[in-house]
Design a binder for this molecule. Structure first.
Ligand code: ZN
Length: 597
């Protein structure tokens, strides 16, 4: 389950702007480098950046560039490269040591982002091989469904944007020189959904709107032309896929070692390499399985009675977990159970001195509004950086419209022990609490380019930390379920590296997930699909978690009795969603300078 606030970030391939972005305003360098940095990389930077990234702008609630949609052709790529290089040069003029912590972390994140975007364009070149990187649906859906302006104004924006759809897909098709079959098929499938967006509902909305007759006719004509362009794209891709199936040599979806390491460096921003993390995950997997086997042996008679435990340890653990998973709430009680858990977790966190919560802003739990359903069963709905005063909600979706069989399988997974762990991860003290702390040092750069490994790592770390504090009673059942859950993060890392670097087959991947990590067949095949279409993201959970955990253990060693868990948590989160590597450096510097006083 992922947070809505960090799934919305679209691909870097968003079509870029028509003309070169405004030149950087000459900055009358104030003598304080912090003031100068804030002036140069605050609104000035984003006003130059958004015209190149209108899709990202729309997704974070910045609509001034919403009518832009341009073919990602050679000219656009040149404009983009000039912009990225110029901003990188400007960033590098600030010596990191001259900046305060907030600006220094912003500088590091922005530099990484700009370098990564340039690398995507010039070396990864996914614009040549990923047909699913081109899709106009998301931004149009947001413009049509978000109430940021009166409907007529939004329809006019939609109309101007639509006029550019045919040129956009023509350039996309021209760029695709050697696509993978997996991304080609994904694009075909997703564009069927894109076609639905431009169907009868939209036409009715236009016809019954208050636009003038001329505006309505023009808009309807543009919808028609956009539909034709999308159909053409699907037909081109389907023919291409058929050719590749017959006699082509399609590009492999596997990134290979060199690209994977590079992408890992940009996306994860940790001190070690991808290979280091993979080795570490293998060790961790062994440790978890050993612990699970011990717990399973201990719990066997309680849940399995006289049945003899199987010889194979995976079977032993798997059968016990399956039996324990029958202990879960009824489908009708799902929402009230989650509603009860939230205040209970808040009380636990406060009474055990784990971290300060914002008492003035308790998390509001609500049933997921209809227009947001269908993505996940529980998620945080946090305001974006351009709408910061809005409330944060924890959305819980009733299981009613899931169908009895799917609801049962869901509840099996999120049984009596697992459900609290999920809520710890998503809300307290996981993602929601991290977000509160991040918002205390408001930074547009961090909220838009925040480090995913820090965000996911904190949530995964907080699960273990809660159990260590005694939450759940320290029972063997609780720890066994935690091990299964934690094994998922570890296995994600192993899977991603094995598939993209080591060439792991589908059969071996399914065996790893279903047999050795106790996942359902449905979950395992979904994960196989995800690993073919994405890379590195699956490694972020274990990477962030192990970095935070190692750092804590190191400080405990060094400080002995003086180590305070609550102070550690609060300081760690005070830097916002910066990479753990950098936070560690800043915390150690601070410690050093305090010691020297
Ligand atoms: Zn998460």
């Amino acid at each position: 389950m992922r947070l809505s606030r960090h799934v919305a970030v679209p691909l870097l391939l968003a079509a870029a702007g028509l003309c070169a972005p405004a030149q950087a305003a000459p900055v009358h360098a104030p003598s304080d480098p912090n003031q100068a940095f804030a002036a140069e990389f605050g609104d000035r930077f984003f006003e130059a950046y958004w015209p190149l990234r209108p899709d990202l702008a729309i997704s974070v609630g910045y609509y001034n560039v919403a009518d832009r949609l341009l073919p990602f052709d050679a000219r656009e790529r040149a404009v983009e490269a000039v912009f990225l290089k110029r901003e990188l040069a400007a960033l590098k003029r600030y010596a990191p040591e001259s900046l305060n912590d907030a600006n220094r972390t912003d500088q590091a994140l922005l530099r990484n982002e700009l370098e990564s975007e340039l690398w995507h364009q010039q070396e990864l070149r996914d614009w040549q091989w990923d047909p699913s990187g081109y899709n106009v649906a998301n931004s149009f859906a947001l413009l049509l469904n978000t109430d940021y302006a009166p409907l007529e104004q939004r329809l006019r924006t939609v109309s101007r944007r639509l006029a550019r759809v045919p040129a956009y897909y023509a350039a996309a098709w021209a760029n695709l020189s050697h696509p993978t079959r997996e991304h080609t098929q994904l694009a075909i499938q997703q564009h069927q959904g894109t076609l639905d967006l431009f169907g009868a509902d939209l036409e009715n909305q236009v016809v019954s709107s208050a636009l003038s007759m001329d505006e309505r006719l023009l808009l309807l004509k543009r919808i028609d032309a956009a539909r034709a362009a999308i159909k053409g794209y699907i037909e081109h891709l389907a023919a291409l896929d058929a050719r590749l199936a017959k006699n082509g040599k399609p590009r492999s979806f596997r990134l290979g070692r060199a690209l994977y390491e590079k992408k890992f460096g940009y996306d994860i921003q940790s001190a070690g390499s991808a290979e280091d993390l993979y080795q570490r995950a293998l060790t961790e997997k062994g440790r978890l399985l050993e612990r699970m086997d011990g717990l399973a042996t201990q719990l066997w008679p309680k849940y399995m009675g006289d049945a003899a435990p199987p010889q194979d340890r995976f079977d032993r653990i798997g059968q016990l977990i399956a039996r324990m998973s029958d202990h879960h709430s009824a489908a009708a009680d799902f929402v009230p159970t989650v509603e009860k858990l939230i205040p209970q977790l808040e009380d636990w966190v406060s009474s055990h001195d784990l971290i300060d919560l914002d008492k003035d802003k308790p998390l509001q739990v609500r049933v997921t509004p209809a227009y947001e359903r269908g993505v996940s069963v529980a998620s945080i709905d946090a305001p974006g950086p351009y709408n910061a005063q809005a409330s944060t909600y924890f959305n819980v979706t009733p299981l009613d419209d899931m169908g009895a069989e799917r609801a049962e399988s869901f509840l099996h997974e999120y049984n009596d022990w697992m459900l609290p762990i999920l809520i710890i991860h998503e809300a307290i003290p996981g993602h929601y609490v991290q977000l509160i702390y991040a918002n205390r040092s408001p930074s547009r750069i961090k909220s838009i380019f925040g480090n995913g490994a820090m965000i996911e790592g904190w949530a995964v770390y907080s699960e273990r930390m809660m159990l260590e504090s005694g939450y759940g009673g320290g029972t063997p059942e609780m720890w066994l379920m935690w091990c299964k859950w934690n094994l998922r993060s570890v296995t994600n890392t192993i899977l991603d590296y094995s598939v993209h670097v080591l060439g792991m087959s589908r059969d071996d991947a399914i065996k790893l997930l279903a047999h050795e990590a106790f996942q359902s067949q449905e979950e395992a095949s979904g994960k196989w699909r995800r690993v073919q279409l994405s890379s590195v993201q699956l490694a972020s959970y274990f990477s962030g978690y192990s970095q935070i955990y190692d750092f804590r253990e190191q400080l405990k060693q060094e400080q002995g009795e003086a180590f305070k868990l609550k102070a550690f948590h609060e300081q760690l989160l005070s830097y916002g969603s910066a990479p753990v590597k950098l936070i560690r450096e800043l915390m150690q510097n601070k410690k050093g300078s305090e010691d020297a006083r």
